[in-house]
Design a protein around this ligand. Structure first.
Ligand SMILES: C=C1C[C@]23C[C@@]1(O)CC[C@H]2[C@@]12CC[C@H](O)[C@@](C)(C(=O)O1)[C@H]2[C@@H]3C(=O)O
Ligand code: AKG
Ligand code: FE2
Length: 345
């Protein structure tokens, strides 16, 4: 076990760096949003591993660079400064956190900022209902994140429109309306994976191993849009259950199918299991937009896709609120969808 010095993240014991063979490199489909056949390509990727890379997205590289620099500056502060800057309301899942993922004892070599995204597509003020107020510097960081959210939310809607088109859905806005609804429950997460102290040792003293940054899981929402700096670490689980590493690409976005899209497509799309392994001497910074529906939204496989599946409905109806309450009782790695499968599945 490695116990961190105060100020590194927090004093929590984590497993030491493990010697492990590096995962093979994933074959990630690359889709340019300007392609004429982008809809078919997106559907094929969602039916495959449920993970793909987006280019031709039109988001200014300058905005991406500013967000990356501002995130690095935020995480460079001390933990008390970060907590104070973000003005975390007590008991809220939002705000600054480190090591603890969710509320059921999952730990990772990560610190993060989790923000709710409001109807207007802006990150919600953290201090609402809390006592502390965010610092002026943090307000500027949030303004920048708001600009970023507008861009990635629009990309998520664009992708959901392409999916509806590619699936041949009669109701073209069946998926987009879930995310563009004024009560949609989306989130923005900024993750920072500091290099592990052992990885800073001279090569001959290192274990050449890695450490879990963010344990394996599927994202609960409809779709997630991720962008990272140039540091590796993200891995996806392939159809055969093996792990494959995703080479970083700071100019592109990575998209993964979430649990709700697996349900809506009656299991035709796969909610991809993924994790982050820390093995680089450089920090990894990632920013992820999780596109979710309104809490009261009733989710059920789309009738057209059930019909295409011989009338077999694989999931029962549930609301996003019910799903989240159920997910909150789980550990990160659990399969959260099994509670919503129909009995004959
Ligand atoms: C254990 C948990 C943490 C998590 C909520 C959950 O109950 C199950 C999934 C986790 C996850 C993964 C994707 C996102 O990072 C996240 C914010 C989300 O919506 O679901 C996290 C949640 C979290 O860190 O609180
Ligand atoms: O940080 C990453 O690259 C991925 C993190 C992730 O999967 C998540 O926050 O849900
Ligand atoms: Fe994730």
């Amino acid at each position: 076990m490695v116990v961190l010095a105060k100020g590194e993240l927090e004093e929590i014991a984590l497993p030491a760096v493990q010697k492990a063979a590096a995962s093979p490199v994933a074959d990630v489909p690359e889709i340019d949003l300007g392609w004429e056949d982008a809809a078919a390509a997106v559907v094929a990727a969602c039916e495959g591993n449920g993970f793909f890379k987006v280019t031709g997205h039109g988001v200014a590289p300058e905005l991406l660079a500013r967000v990356e620099a501002a995130a690095a500056a935020f995480f460079a502060m001390t933990p008390p400064e970060k907590e104070a800057a973000a003005g975390v309301p007590p008991g809220s899942p939002f705000g600054y956190g480190s090591k603890r993922i969710g509320s059921n004892g999952d730990l990772g070599w990560v610190e993060y900022l989790l923000l709710a995204v409001t109807a207007a597509g802006e990150t919600a003020p953290l201090s609402a209902g809390g006592e502390a107020s965010p610092s002026p510097a943090f307000c500027l960081f949030r303004d920048l994140l708001n600009e970023y959210v507008v861009a990635v939310r629009s990309m998520a809607c664009n992708l959901l429109g392409l999916i509806a088109e590619g699936l041949g859905l009669r109701e073209k806005d069946a998926l987009v309306r879930l995310v563009s609804h004024e009560e949609s429950d989306s989130m923005l997460r900024v993750n920072h994976y500091p290099p592990h102290p052992e990885l800073k040792l001279p090569l001959q003293l290192q274990g050449h191993g890695n450490l879990t940054g963010f344990g394996e899981h599927t994202d609960p929402q409809i779709i997630s849009v991720l962008r990272s700096n140039d540091t590796s670490g993200l891995e996806i689980s392939l159809r055969d259950g093996s792990w494959a590493s995703v080479p970083p690409d700071r100019n592109s976005f990575f998209v993964n199918v979430g649990d709700l899209l697996q349900v809506l497509t009656n299991g035709r799309f796969r909610s991809v299991r993924h994790r982050v392994m820390v093995s680089s001497p450089r920090p990894r910074v990632s920013v992820i937009f999780f596109a979710g529906p309104p809490p009261q939204e009733r989710l059920v496989p789309l009738p057209w896709l059930v019909a295409e599946d011989g009338g077999h409905r694989r999931y029962r109806e549930f609301t996003w609120r019910e799903y989240k309450a159920s997910a909150d009782r789980t550990k990160l790695a659990e399969n959260r969808l099994c509670h919503f499968e129909t009995e004959d599945d």
